[in-house]
Design a protein around this ligand. Structure first.
Ligand code: NAP
Ligand code: G4F
Length: 402
């Protein structure tokens, strides 16, 4: 019989990568999705098969972390060997505006799920993974941050996640639950939510390269993050639940980059060298030089991304890019600062020490920072090219900006 996993937050970035990983390992995967007025299963649609067919191993159930009876029923029906609690209002800035809801879903939601295990008498049989976060380190008390670094959350999100962390530890100690916290540092991918800074940048750079967008407004350009790839990080989640003893693990690359550096790297993918002028809220990112061959390649390169090393080669492409307006020229301002994106309290710098995960789980990140940016930009270029094609054929292209 295959192992059964229940994933909350299956429609999110990590839920999708984890579901794919577990299905690949032969698991039966149940996921909890929210009812929404529009389809919200884009990220997992490729995993879905008609449930009426034999041998199906992927199922979704309507549910919500704020609904205890619903969670109890789903756990009762699915009887999972492993639960991965990934569901959360996961946007730090949004948590300042929806503090109570964030606490309800992220903190109390975790408690509800743990209680479901107790109520159903599954505390000795079901293993539990909690999606904890480096945001709990907040105003970091040590550099780099490890499992022993004191916490100092700086947002309603960080505070809610800290409750979830400790309630998980408490249920492990009080009731003997196999419950582990993955203290994950920022991890990204081409399916990262569009309002997180990395995806906001790669999506904007792709659209700017194709003349679909003029510029990009950002908040704190000085923020430093330890960015890894989500595909690597979901492997760590699974490994934690395969250990004889539950524990808490930092998952990080140990390498730090600024938002400014992320912008530079993303622009370089499309042949644009960015220079910075001014300071603070008046700082701008300006086109310093353009590599015409790289830009043409980015504009015309339908299909999968070229290998990273060849990105500097001269591209041919198969037509379809726009060759009329040339919105990019040296001196053009691409990045501006908008105070709207500043947070009431900022987490200025995070960098993790994942030695424990390396030693005990044998976990290593495989994707470098350059590879991550490359993959994200080229995936967004493919999407921008689709939009550009629609536009040139007279179809309306939605302008999602936040
Ligand atoms: P994400 O893309 O924002 O996905 C969050 C998921 O939670 C979505 O499926 C969302 O559903 C669901 N959700 C939100 N509120 C819910 C509720 N009340 N009831 C049920 N489901 C709800 O986040 P992610 O990047 O995959 O992150 C996964 C988890 O890891 C989150 O708990 C996050 O806080 C944590 N984490 C993430 C990172 C990171 O860098 N990505 C780092 C550390 C920790 P909809 O699709 O319907 O919105
Ligand atoms: O991409 P972000 O919104 O991610 P943040 O706040 O670090 O949170 C993410 O990582 C956490 C792990 O540490 C997760 F727990 C959490 O769920 C989420 O996935 O912002 C990164 C940095 C911040 O310092 C922010 O102030 O980028 C800065 N930033 C600058 N301009 C911006 C922007 N962030 C966003 N979202 N949008 C901007 O325009």
């Amino acid at each position: 019989m295959s192992t059964t996993a229940l994933i909350t937050g299956i429609t999110g970035q990590d839920g999708a990568y984890l579901a794919e990983h577990l299905l690949g390992l032969g698991y039966t995967v149940h996921g909890i999705k929210r009812r929404a007025s529009l389809f919200n299963t884009d990220r997992v649609d490729h995993l879905y098969s008609d449930p009426h067919k034999p041998g199906v191993r992927f199922f979704m159930h309507y549910g919500d972390m704020t609904d205890a009876t619903n969670l109890i029923r789903i756990v009762q029906e699915t009887r999972p060997d492993e639960i991965y609690n990934l569901a959360a209002q996961s946007h730090v800035q949004v948590s300042f505006e929806t503090a109570e809801y964030t606490a309800n879903s992220d903190a109390l939601g975790t408690l509800r799920l743990l209680e479901a295990l107790r109520i159903l008498g599954l505390e000795q049989t079901t293993r539990f993974y909690q999606a904890s976060t480096s945001e709990m380190f907040g105003l970091a008390q040590q550099v780099p941050q490890s499992e022993t670094t004191p916490f100092y959350p700086r947002s309603p999100y960080g505070a809610a996640k800290l409750y979830a962390y400790w309630i998980c530890v408490n249920y492990r100690e009080a009731y003997g639950l196999h419950a582990s916290n993955g203290i994950l540092f920022n991890h990204e991918s081409p399916i990262r939510g569009e309002t997180f800074v990395t995806r906001k940048i790669t999506r904007a750079v792709a659209r700017i390269a194709l003349g679909l967008q003029d510029d990009l407004y950002l908040g704190n350009l000085d923020s430093l993050r330890d960015w890894g790839h989500a595909r690597d990080y979901v492997r760590a989640m699974h490994l934690m639940l395969q250990q004889d003893e539950p524990s808490d693990y930092v998952i990080a690359t140990g390498e730090q980059h600024s938002v400014r550096e992320f912008c530079e790297r993303a622009c370089a993918e499309v042949g644009v060298a960015l220079a910075w002028r001014g300071a603070g809220a008046d700082e701008t990112g300006v086109v310093q030089a353009i590599d015409a061959h790289l830009l043409a390649r980015a504009r015309n390169g339908y299909g999968p991304a070229p290998a990273l090393q060849s990105a500097s080669g001269h591209g041919g492409g198969h037509g379809g890019g726009q060759d009329s307006a040339e919105p990019l020229r040296p001196g053009k301002v691409l990045v501006r600062v908008d105070r709207r994106y500043f947070r009431p309290t900022e987490v200025a710098s995070l960098i993790g020490d994942a030695s424990k995960a390396r030693e005990r789980l044998g976990w290593e990140p495989t994707c470098t920072f350059a590879e991550l940016v490359h993959e994200m930009v080229w995936d967004d270029l493919a999407q921008a090219q689709r939009d550009e094609l629609c536009k040139t054929q007279g179809f309306r292209v939605p302008e999602f900006r936040e």
